[in-house]
Design a protein around this ligand. Structure first.
Ligand SMILES: [Zn+2]
Length: 86
């Protein structure tokens, strides 16, 4: 299984929808699936989600690391690009 680092959510980067999953137990991934990748914290490399496919880890998914409290996002595309037009 591949291991992918997430990235830190930038200041002011607020996704349109979805929420932030909070990892209560640093030893247990928030999401478990049967996909191809593990997703790890950008800051401390703690495993936040396991067995996830990239399409499940889009810009709506944020995970707050249970170990270091960093809010991580998997999307490589900056969320500004998805911001709603006024
Ligand atoms: Zn962390």
């Amino acid at each position: 299984m591949a291991s992918k680092a997430m990235r830190r959510v930038r200041e002011g980067e607020v996704p349109l929808d979805g929420g932030t999953a909070v990892q209560d137990d640093p030893g247990r991934p928030v999401f478990r699936g049967n996909g191809e990748n593990d997703y790890v914290c950008a800051e401390c490399a703690n495993v936040l989600a396991t067995g996830m496919n990239p399409e499940h880890m889009g810009k709506r998914v944020r995970i707050k690391c249970g170990r270091c409290r960093t809010v991580n996002i998997a999307a490589e595309v900056p969320v500004e690009m998805a911001r709603r037009k006024r």
